[in-house]
Ligand binder design. Structure first.
Ligand code: MSP
Length: 513
């Protein structure tokens, strides 16, 4: 059986989730649910990044210990993912004992191998990014992403990252789908053309106490990124007694797909692979960097910019499955995209209300009216229904290919294309008129549209689990597994349809404001 292991970044607990951070988790959830629909065995890891200066400062501001602060804040993330119907396998916290122990073991192993050494560090430090910069890397006195930096000089421990520079370049070149999308791979290769520094992996406790203690230097804690990146491995059993089988299964045999935002691509595609090389651990399967959700003014949605939308508020206003749909449909994975209510409204109305919803309500109303609510029988295919059948049987393969290529927006476009064809068929055949002359011919049209709804309903489950469950229940509750999609027709004639309120009502924000 094929397997799929996907991760999200672990989120800093200094903040509540907003629509930008929720985007990554929702996308991972949707990809994971697709792979599950394909019949694969899936694992989805998410969690929180709880150490480091930002968290320590946020706790101090609130007059709490860092652990108290984390314990309170983590609930915001867990609740947000529940509210958004995110079905993860494990929520990892970097303050968990098992994670801390393995991070210490890795540090010790690298130190014993001579991969970590002591030196004096002088340079610039960005608290908000938890990253050191050299003088040369600064842009107008700030970090390359425009964050404040402060000058520091101190004794520290360094990981010999530069030693792996050429090995990493060779790996990226030999594995062209390691870093995705392709233009991001080129960016990373561009970055690696310049000399790579070694990585400072310690922080003196005098400056920062909230972290994992370095086992061979008790006055230091480890750099938060060294700790955080390891979650992807500790989460599936690295170095833990009793979890060896899990480790082989999910890491060695499957290897993870890391989904993350473009702003943290360097840590994932340079720090992390070189750490893994030094630890003799195979590299992830893919590192995929997505773009940003922008606010109305096309700026990154972020707490510091004061432009955040709460995912719960957005879901309450728009409808949860509508939100999941538009974030998948309107963002080409990898690119930036704005989030604005007028865009949401037009997408939901044109594709969910007027297309999918319309096909469902028309089909069910006509079956109710002319066939006493029982699914009519197929007759001999006409040329359009033969074309629809062919497209529906091909659709699962098309969707699977798009999802495997990280193109979920295009997968949805293809599904909508077949629904559009079915709506046109309904319009052309006008079964409401046809029924009066030839009831069986009208029945055929409805049998076809109901089967299209079945195929679309199953293929949209990963994006809109709640709505699609209801849709499928209404049209005869057919099986929803991958194999069922190669059957046509599947729901038997005479199956009873269930009536209900419109499942995909139109949105109308303008009249409400
Ligand atoms: N803790 C680190 C990640 C460690 S992973 C080993 C971190 N956390 S974060 O909370 O600041 O950001 C988490 C993710 O949210 C990043 O992938 C970032 O790109 C993403 N986003 C934050 N704002 C975003 C948008 N407006 N749009 C899309 N994603 C955004 O970095």
């Amino acid at each position: 059986m094929n397997r799929f292991y996907i991760t999200t970044p672990i989120y800093y607990v200094n903040d509540k989730p907003h629509l930008g951070t929720a985007y990554c988790t929702l996308t991972a959830d949707i990809l994971n649910r697709y792979h599950r629909l394909f019949g694969e065995e899936c694992y989805f890891l998410t969690g929180t990044d709880e150490h480091g200066q930002k968290v320590q400062q946020a706790a101090e501001k609130r007059g709490l210990t860092p652990q108290q602060h984390c314990d309170e804040m983590v609930v915001n993330f867990q609740n947000a993912w529940t509210d958004l119907n995110v079905d993860y396998s494990q929520f990892i916290r970097t303050t968990s004992a098992f994670h801390k122990k393995v991070v210490q073991d890795c540090l010790q192993k690298l130190y014993d191998k001579g991969e970590i050494y002591e030196d004096t560090y002088e340079g610039w430090y960005s608290v908000s990014e938890e990253i050191f910069y050299t003088e040369k890397e600064l842009v107008n006195g700030k970090s390359p992403t425009g964050r404040e930096v402060t000058k520091i000089a101190e004794k520290n421990y360094f990981f010999r990252m530069s030693k792996y520079q050429q090995k990493l370049i060779d790996y990226i070149e030999a594995n062209p789908r390691f870093i995705l999308p392709e233009f991001r791979k080129n960016e990373v290769l561009g970055f690696l053309r310049k000399p790579l520094n070694d990585l400072c992996i310690s922080r003196p406790k005098a400056r920062l106490s909230w972290g994992i203690e370095i086992p061979f230097a008790k006055d230091y804690v480890t750099y938060v990124w060294f700790d955080a990146l390891l979650n992807y491995a500790t989460g599936v059993g690295l170095g833990q007694d009793g979890r060896e089988a899990e480790w082989s299964k999910w890491w060695r045999e499957t290897r993870p797909v890391h989904l993350l935002g473009k702003d943290i691509l360097t840590t994932h595609s340079v720090y992390w692979p070189t750490m893994l090389m030094a630890l003799d651990i195979p590299l992830p399967k893919h590192i995929f960097a997505h773009g940003w959700i922008l606010n109305r003014d096309n700026a990154k949605m972020s707490k510091s910019e004061g432009s955040v939308v709460s995912p719960k508020d957005a879901a309450d206003l728009i409808g949860l499955d509508n939100l999941r749909y538009v974030l998948t449909r309107d963002v080409h994975l990898g690119n930036d995209a704005p989030f604005a209510l007028d865009l949401v409204e037009s997408r939901v109305n044109s594709e969910l209300a007027n297309n999918l919803g319309n096909l469902l309500s028309r089909s069910s109303n006509l079956v109710e009216k002319f066939f006493a609510g029982k699914k009519p029988a197929f007759q001999v295919d006409d040329s359009t229904s033969a074309e629809i059948r062919t497209q529906c049987l091909a659709l699962p393969g098309v969707v699977k290919k798009e999802i495997e290529d990280f193109r979920p927006s295009f997968a949805l476009e293809q599904i909508i294309g077949v629904l559009t064809l079915a709506n046109k068929y309904m319009e052309e055949k006008a079964p409401w008129k046809l029924a009066k002359e030839n009831l069986e011919a009208a029945g055929h049209v409805l049998a076809v549209t109901l089967e299209v709804l079945r195929v679309a309903g199953v293929l949209l489950i990963p994006v809109m689990p709640g709505k699609c469950d209801e849709l499928l229940k209404r049209i005869g509750n057919p099986p929803r597994d991958w194999a069922s999609l190669s059957k046509w027709p599947l729901v038997p004639a005479d199956a009873t349809l269930v009536k209900g309120e419109p499942l995909f009502p139109r949105l109308d924000f303008a009249s409400k404001t």
